[in-house]
Design a protein around this ligand. Structure first.
Ligand code: ZN
Length: 299
């Protein structure tokens, strides 16, 4: 193999009120054997300790939107998370020539998304990881959002390979739930096992494609002229992540009880439906399309 994985970083608490990753990082810091493999080193980091201390998603900005190469190199961006992103870029990167090969970032969602494996690249090593974890955890969902690594604004993009975001839910912000905790722990274990097998040159039997969902766009909550929210997610849509939304299906219901239907002309799928963390930007849900994700042959 040309570029074996030597250095893996597991990060938690990128959003300070997502405690699952925070406590997994604390746990593994006390029991490093669980995340140690023979062929690479694993390092553990609390990504946003200041926000975590206040049990807030962020202090000034969403940390997981600050890792675009232009923002990292922009000296005028001095907010708390903008600065923290630069520190993490020094610690794990620099993005242009990273020290760390692979970042696994732990997140939770208030939406009913179960175990979602979010990856932003078609690189066969990363797609292979998603396929491997899904083989071990068939209930997991592949969430594919291809992007250019340098332009990508996620923490996972600071590694040499555009890494892997584990998004588990549903869970409220600011609390632990053993099911979500152990699901995340299991997914990381499989992800590390996969990297170990790749490094050892083991044959891993993976399909050439698997079904998943690709991000299309975020849909704002309806607002009035002054920017106040005037509607919420429709009860028919609540908890229906990754289920079809057909033209005319109810999307929102106004404060007065009037249904607002989906106005698109093709069937789509919802994700992050009524995600609490998206209320700061008045986002109601993400729209996804169903796709077959291809695992390109590396040989
Ligand atoms: Zn998060």
């Amino acid at each position: 193999m040309d570029h074996p994985i030597k250095q893996v970083a597991i990060t938690g608490g990128t959003h300070g009120n997502e405690l699952t990753g925070v406590y997994l990082v604390k746990h593994w810091s006390a029991y490093p054997d669980e995340v140690t493999r023979d062929s690479f080193s694993t390092e553990l980091h609390l990504a946003n300790p200041d926000a975590n201390q206040q049990v807030r998603r962020y202090i000034d900005q969403d940390l997981n939107r600050q890792f675009n190469i232009h923002d990292l190199n922009n000296p005028e961006l001095t907010g708390c998370e903008q600065q923290r992103a630069k520190d993490l870029n020094k610690l794990l990167g620099p993005k242009e020539d990273p020290r760390v090969d692979f970042v696994i970032d732990l997140h939770t969602t208030t939406a009913n998304m179960g175990m979602s494996l979010i990856f932003n690249t078609n690189d066969p090593l990363v797609v292979g990881m998603a396929f491997y974890v899904k083989q071990k955890m068939p209930h997991a969902t592949l969430f594919y959002h291809p992007s250019d690594r340098l332009e990508d604004n996620f923490l996972t993009s600071v590694g040499r390979l555009n890494g892997f975001l584990i998004e588990a839910g549903p869970i409220a912000q600011g609390l632990l739930n053993h099911h979500v905790y152990s699901e995340s722990q299991t997914a990381v274990t499989h992800a590390l096992d996969y990297l170990e097998k790749v490094n050892q040159g083991e044959t891993i039997d993976l399909p050439s494609q698997m079904s998943g969902y690709q991000f299309i766009e975020k849909i704002p909550l309806p607002e009035d002229a002054s920017g106040e929210i005037i509607a919420m997610v429709h009860p028919n849509l609540q908890n229906k992540d990754y289920q079809p939304i057909n033209p005319g299906d109810p999307l929102f219901i106004t404060l007065a009880g009037e249904t607002i239907p989906y106005a698109g002309d093709a069937t789509v799928y919802g994700a992050f439906i009524n995600e609490a963390a998206y209320y700061d930007q008045h986002i109601g849900l993400s729209l996804m399309k169903k796709v077959d994700v291809a695992l390109e042959d590396t040989k």
